[in-house]
Design a protein around this ligand. Structure first.
Ligand code: ATP
Ligand code: ATP
Ligand code: CA
Length: 218
């Protein structure tokens, strides 16, 4: 389903969010105070406008109230980011996601109602560390401090064996959510589903169990 988003601040982070949402077919209103930045997004957003995200009248006249989801990606100017977040929450925007610059910034926007706070450099650093430690880990999503979803590359060891034969849930307490095989995605595989070397195994579980599976099961 097509959704509507507004992205305020078109730096590297906001810019990537904007382009990717647009690529996925969603409607994206791209906003920045810098005209040159805005011009760069004319082709990769639904509307790109030069505007100040800290000006309430401007936000209102852009019809920002009609957006359920706004991303505040104003970087270095923490004051502007905070004020913009405050205005958006006052305008009753349901989902305001904010790129935080540091812990102080995080605390303030959390207090004024930001619905999700993102630390791209910090989060990406953690993910990269996980990829570095194991070449089997393709991707990693932390669900909570205890649970994660990981994408692991199937090795020769598990190749040509069914999920039931591998007995993953009983042995490791982890559940396979899906398999990616080239362009094909096998969602909710049945126990008789065969695993083949180089399949990407999407698996959910407790971090310790996932680690055991990665080290001993693969
Ligand atoms: P990134 O790391 O994502 O590249 P950054 O941390 O370097 O971003 P900035 O470049 O400081 O962040 O800010 C991101 C964008 O936010 C810039 O393009 C800037 O013009 C824009 N911006 C700053 N203040 C405002 C404002 N009040 N309203 C709208 N956009 C703003
Ligand atoms: P369960 O009650 O866990 O579904 P079961 O004993 O009824 O298992 P099957 O459903 O046929 O038997 O599965 C055989 C084995 O395969 C089980 O021991 C289970 O641990 C494992 N298994 C089945 N599906 C998955 C899955 N999606 N991810 C990981 N392991 C699985
Ligand atoms: Ca930056």
């Amino acid at each position: 389903m097509k959704k509507q988003f507004a992205v305020i601040g078109l730096g590297r982070f906001g810019g990537s969010v904007c382009k990717e949402l647009y690529k996925m077919g969603h409607e994206v209103l791209a906003i920045d105070i810098n005209e040159e930045r805005v011009n760069n997004y004319a082709q990769t957003s639904t509307h790109a406008v030069v505007a100040n995200g800290t000006d309430e009248n401007t936000l209102t006249s852009l019809g920002i109230r009609n957006f359920e989801h706004v991303i505040v990606a104003i970087g270095d100017n923490i004051q502007a980011s905070i004020l913009c977040t405050l205005l958006l929450k006052e305008l009753n925007i349901k989902q305001v996601w904010v790129k935080a610059q540091n812990q102080y910034h995080h605390k303030v926007v959390e207090k004024i109602g930001a619905d999700r706070i993102i630390h791209p450099e910090h989060d990406m650093g953690i993910r990269v560390a996980h990829y570095l430690v194991s070449e089997k880990i393709i991707d990693y999503i932390e669900l909570s401090p205890e649970y994660s979803i990981v994408e692991l590359m199937a090795t020769e060891k598990v190749s040509q064996r069914t999920i039931a034969q591998l007995n993953i849930r009983a042995k490791f307490g982890c559940t396979i959510l899906g398999l990616k095989r080239g362009d094909e995605v096998i969602v909710s595989p049945t126990p008789d589903q065969m695993v083949i070397e180089k399949d990407i195994i999407i698996i959910v579980g407790e971090n310790n169990d996932l680690k055991r599976f990665e080290e001993e099961g693969l």
